[in-house]
Design a protein around this ligand. Structure first.
Ligand code: COI
Length: 357
């Protein structure tokens, strides 16, 4: 499908302080939009960034058919915009869509749309270390209806904005033993808006106790570690990097997958298994808990400072001793900056030919 492009006659870029970018408050000059009705996607287009209007009956607002992706674009020293694993994000969006009874969005159109959008707004890609152009593909149900059923119409849009780091210091996690994020058979693997809504209240309680985010445990026994509020989680115990497996209750994180690939390709010991909070407590007691870190597009790799669990707070070794987390972060940052050789084929340069071809 051809994408119609209408460029903005003006730009807001001069209003942005690129040296002091907060996360997620500034949006670029353009947006991609496409609508679904009569069983098909229609009218893909890039337009000047604008607000959406909607009726109070919009089904996404009532029954939560709303999914999204989080991606980043960077720019190399030659000024070429770079996307990071766009096909994998396009595919994951459709995994979420299937679970939420929403239509799939054509994966080639997804990649084409965001390539063109990033190309048009490439001046907005920050060059500062730790910054990037954050990309938010989103799909919402748009039928106007009181009843509960899958909507027949949807809106898909992609908008972007320059961002600084999501976490500016190592995070304090609270291992949650009252509330749950996801149970087997639920929607935990989907990037569905409701998953985040349900986490806000328990996360607020943890923040009131002085923690930044939750460390979710399984819904049945509060024993097996799942993920953190905005990230997948990794532990380094006795030299082995461990992360919970993709069991249907956690997000299939793109950064998580990169970290596993990077470490495996270098022959470092890595295990995906259902690690328990008790193992983490024991490792902390016997001095073998070397690192814990979160991984996600927004968070990249964020070291964990402490983990609160029941009546204890486990403080991890200083960041200066964290070899694995620091190393994988440097590889991912280097790939994004174009300074580390991409032997995995994850970086997709945005080519001008794609636009004119
Ligand atoms: C991302 O890492 O891109 C996400 O979507 C997480 C979000 C909570 C910022």
């Amino acid at each position: 499908m051809d994408i119609k492009i209408t460029k903005s006659p003006t730009t807001r870029i001069n209003e942005v302080d690129f040296d002091n970018l907060p996360f997620g408050r500034t949006f670029t000059d353009h947006i991609f939009v496409c609508e679904y009705y009569d069983g098909e996607w229609h009218n893909p287009r890039i337009e000047p960034f604008h607000n959406s209007t909607s009726t109070p009956g919009t089904m996404a607002l009532h029954y939560g058919q709303a999914i999204f992706e989080g991606m980043k674009a960077s720019i190399d020293d030659n000024g070429t915009p770079l996307l990071f694993r766009p096909e994998r994000h396009a595919h994951r969006m459709n995994v979420s869509a299937a679970r939420m009874c929403m239509p799939e969005f054509p994966e080639d159109l997804f990649v084409d749309a965001l390539s063109k959008l990033v190309y048009i707004d490439q001046n907005w890609i920050p060059k500062e270390k730790g910054s990037a152009l954050y990309i938010r593909p989103t799909m919402i149900a748009t039928d106007e209806f009181f009843g509960v059923k899958p909507s027949q119409s949807y809106k898909f849009f992609i908008f972007t904005g320059p961002v600084g780091p999501y976490y500016t210091k190592p995070v304090r996690l609270w291992a949650e033993t009252t509330y749950i994020r996801a149970a087997q058979g639920g929607t935990g693997f989907a990037k569905a808006a409701g998953n985040y809504a349900g986490a806000l209240y328990p996360a607020k309680l943890a923040q009131d106790r002085g923690f930044d985010q939750l460390l979710w445990l399984d819904a049945k026994e509060f024993k097996y570690i799942q993920e953190s509020g905005t990230m997948n989680v990794f532990f380094v115990i006795n030299g082995v990097t461990i992360t919970p497996p993709l069991s249907g209750t956690i997000l299939d994180g793109v950064t998580r997958d990169c970290i596993l690939e990077i470490l495996r390709s270098e022959g470092k010991p890595v295990e995906e298994y259902a690690i328990t909070i008790d193992e983490v407590v024991q490792a902390h007691k016997d001095g073998t808990l070397q690192e814990a870190f979160g991984a996600g597009t927004a968070a990249v790799v964020s070291h964990v400072a402490d983990i609160g669990y029941k009546d204890m707070v486990m403080t991890l070794p200083p960041v200066s001793e964290r070899k694995i987390g620091t190393y994988v972060k440097s590889v991912i940052d280097g790939l994004r900056a174009g300074t580390v050789t991409d032997k995995w084929g994850w970086i997709v340069p945005v080519q001008v030919e794609e636009l004119v071809g």
